[in-house]
Design a protein around this ligand. Structure first.
Ligand code: NAD
Ligand code: TYD
Length: 350
């Protein structure tokens, strides 16, 4: 089996669903279930022997040791993290705790477990850490895209803690020989995305008749990748990547935030027209995020060249699927937006 951390979050849960739809190999899903983790996403796996869920904090060494000893996974895919930049600005401590101390604790537990495996299993073992393009910092409009050799220059508490996590993973390969792999991916979007991030927030606000808050001038650029394309990239790297290497994952879709939100409004106008007017009328420009990175862009040639990976979805096909999914799954959105989440949103956008 494989052990997945953070498998109740947005990408982790999509990965677990994707894995089990294509694979007989069971998944041990280790997740603390913070506000961002939700078992409703995994409802279709209820009763399945292939999905074992453990509500465990990755900072709990004894609990992780126990799980590794009991389930003897052949690989670990590490998604668990605090992942929202705005929350990292409001309260960085949780980010240091999970993203730095948590990754360190997991690495220590995995190193001890891996060290005792028989030789064949030891060399086949892999630990894949899922990271972000944000560790590379911010690009100017004409700068080349981030490559695997771009120096790290994180600017937010979120990206700084992810960078620390990546450095620890690198060091555990270099120092102890742990067979690690790292993926640095651009912004994901798709089903089960928590409505605090740009795309799901805009869809849910639009449908609720609320304003669509765009930071600054709306000209910040992100590269967008449909989540199942990220899942397929992770599978490829896990099976065929070279230990110690890092792989950039991206969608070849650079868009300004304003373009993204306008496209979402146009899709909603088509799929769920308002009685009067366009959703674009709800767009509002608000005070910029502190330290807001201007542009992220990913060069994913290495993954294509070495492992033959290309994304399947274009921005147009992926975004249409996403909007349709949110229209069809309003009950999921209502379930995950608990009172605590609403309180945070109220404070943050006050
Ligand atoms: P998410 O916030 O939706 O989910 C994170 C999951 O981790 C949640 O289920 C949460 O309960 C769990 N978790 C948090 N702290 C934990 C702890 N201490 N112990 C155990 N579980 C814990 O995040 P996501 O968007 O699915 O991102 C997953 C990973 O991918 C993260 O490492 C993130 O940095 C990385 N990433 C995300 C994106 C993106 O666009 N969302 C892009 C590139 C990389
Ligand atoms: P986000 O989804 O938070 O991802 P990240 O900051 O990790 O890239 O934000 C994507 C972009 O959208 C980012 O440039 C910030 C911007 N944004 C807004 O303009 N308004 C919002 O309410 C949010 C959440 C994000």
């Amino acid at each position: 089996m494989i052990l997945v951390t953070g498998g109740a979050g947005f990408i982790g849960a999509n990965f677990v669903l994707d894995w089990l739809s294509a694979n007989d190999e069971p998944v041990l899903n280790v997740d603390k279930l913070t506000y961002a983790g939700n078992l409703a996403t995994l409802k279709s796996l209820e009763g399945s022997e292939k999905h074992i869920f453990a509500r465990v904090d990755i900072c709990d060494r004894a609990a992780i040791d126990k799980l590794l000893a009991a389930h003897t996974p052949r690989a670990v895919v590490h998604f668990a993290a605090e992942s929202h930049v705005d929350r990292s600005i409001d309260g960085p401590a949780a980010f240091v705790h999970t993203n730095v101390v948590g990754t360190f604790t997991l690495l220590e537990a995995v190193r001890a477990y891996w060290g005792k495996l028989p030789e064949a299993e030891k060399s086949a073992f892999r630990m894949l850490a899922v990271s972000t393009d944000e560790v590379f910092g911010s690009l100017g409009p004409q700068d080349p895209q981030f490559s695997e050799t771009t120096p790290y220059a994180p600017n937010s508490p979120y990206s700084a803690t992810k960078a620390a996590s990546d450095h620890l993973v690198r060091a555990y390969h270099h120092t102890y020989g742990l067979p690690t792999l790292t993926t640095n991916c651009s912004n994901n979007y798709g089903p089960y995305h928590f409505p605090e991030k740009l795309i799901p927030l805009m869809i849910t606000n639009a449908l609720a008749g609320k304003s669509l808050p765009i930071y600054g001038d709306g000209q910040n650029v992100r590269d967008w990748l449909y989540v199942t394309d990220h899942c397929s990239a992770i599978r490829q790297v896990l099976e065929r990547g070279t230990p110690g290497e890092t792989y950039n994952v991206g969608g070849w879709n650079e868009k300004t935030n304003l373009e993204v939100v306008q496209t979402l409004c146009d899709l909603l106008d088509e799929l769920k027209p308002k009685a009067e007017g366009s959703y674009r009328e709800q767009i509002t420009f608000i005070k910029d995020r502190p330290g807001h990175d201007r542009r992220y862009a990913i060069d994913a040639h290495k993954l294509e060249r070495e492992l033959g990976w290309r994304p399947v979805e274009t921005f147009e096909t992926g975004l249409k699927k996403t909007v349709q999914w949110y229209l069809d799954n309003q009950s999921w959105v209502n379930d995950v937006t608990s009172g605590e989440y609403r309180k945070w949103v109220g404070q943050h956008y006050a």
